[in-house]
Design a protein around this ligand. Structure first.
Ligand code: PBG
Length: 333
């Protein structure tokens, strides 16, 4: 660009007419790129609103069918499920149960909606363990920690059980080393070589997960997740994490959270040739809702700006609690 081009050169020329602005817009949102996270628990007729995530509910399989139907009508076709089991123990055994809550939800939804929707399952143990950590615990040098290698087989068993129940895609979120490779081998051996893995490849130990832990009833009962999730200060480490997941066979790479990590999304986009997803997490959603309720921001405008910024940073896919509302706004045009 010629720096002395003014007054011949005027960038505002392309902003004068709103239709021309649309013509030159670089980033657009599409409801087909959204994944809507949902929470399911055993029972009937349950529809408990999550107070820190207004418009999101803990549902039972029957009400889940209704809510998925509404989302589908709005144009959202992909969903990721989190289970809240009745029974929690030290090893999260209910996660592997073929009769478990996520498995039941998958079968129910598949029956109702056939192949019209994409069913994705979050693979982790924090919702299923009584201690709230993402795997089996051990103690080394006086520190209680998640036992990486002991967790891999149960994580794999959970994934296979979900695939058997009808999951279209598997999304491991526990940040265990070697998890993608272990799950890939397990799925392939069980006849699910066609099921893709969307890895939570660069997942940070974030304060933005606060409302989710209320929603999923999964806060750690002691300590934090700093020994398995990443330090928010790091970016080269994220490249290493992603590289390893690619080598282990990940099909889609996720960065999480989204907003404070747009630089990471961009780096992943520029360095890897796989689809990139970002998780616009519960705390990011809750901040928008709270400020909008107070009348401090325009909810629609801010939501669309946030989702656009995540896409602009380089994402193909956005996991977001705004999915259904944003899809409706997109339809309105
Ligand atoms: C782990 C998991 C978490 C989220 C998604 N998967 C919680 C955590 O790591 O503590 C958080 C999502 C959100 O905040 O919206 N099962």
């Amino acid at each position: 660009m010629n720096p002395s081009g003014f007054p011949l050169i005027r960038p505002r020329r392309l902003r004068h007419n709103p239709l021309v602005r649309e013509l030159v817009r670089e980033t657009t949102l599409d409801a087909r790129d959204f994944i809507f996270p949902m929470f399911v628990r055993p029972g009937k007729g349950i529809r408990t609103e999550i107070s820190s995530m207004l418009g999101n509910y803990q549902l039972s399989p029957d009400t889940l069918v209704e809510e998925v139907g509404l989302a589908k009508d709005a144009g959202v076709k992909s969903f990721i499920f989190f289970g809240i089991p009745t029974h929690k123990d030290a090893t999260g055994s209910s996660a592997l149960d073929d009769a478990g809550i996520v498995q039941e939800a998958l079968r129910t939804l598949r029956k109702h909606y056939k192949n019209e929707i994409v069913l994705i399952t979050d693979e982790c143990f924090c919702e299923y363990t009584d201690h709230g950590h993402c795997g089996i615990l051990n103690e080394k040098q006086g520190r209680t920690d998640v036992d990486n290698d002991a967790t891999l087989p149960i994580l794999t068993a959970q994934c296979v059980s979900h695939a058997k129940a009808g999951a279209d895609m598997i999304a491991p979120s526990g940040m265990m080393d070697g998890m993608v490779g272990a799950i890939r081998r397990g799925l392939d051996a069980a006849g699910f070589s066609h099921i893709p893995i969307m890895s939570y490849a660069a997942k940070y130990a974030s304060g933005f997960y606060g409302p989710f832990r209320e929603a999923a009833e999964s806060p750690p009962q002691f300590g934090d997740r700093g020994s398995y999730q990443m330090d928010p200060a790091n970016t080269d480490e994220a490249m290493r994490e992603v590289e390893l997941d690619v080598a282990e066979g990940a099909d889609i790479l996720m960065v999480k959270p989204a907003l404070s990590y747009l630089d990471i999304i961009r780096r992943v986009r520029d360095n890897f040739q796989l689809p990139v997803a970002a998780y616009n997490v519960s705390g990011e959603f809750a901040m928008v809702k709270a400020a909008a309720q107070k009348g401090w921001i325009d909810e629609r405008r801010v939501t669309m700006e946030i989702l656009t910024s995540i896409k602009r940073a380089g994402c193909d896919i956005i996991l977001t609690y705004h999915a259904v509302q944003a899809a409706k706004w997109l339809k309105q045009g």
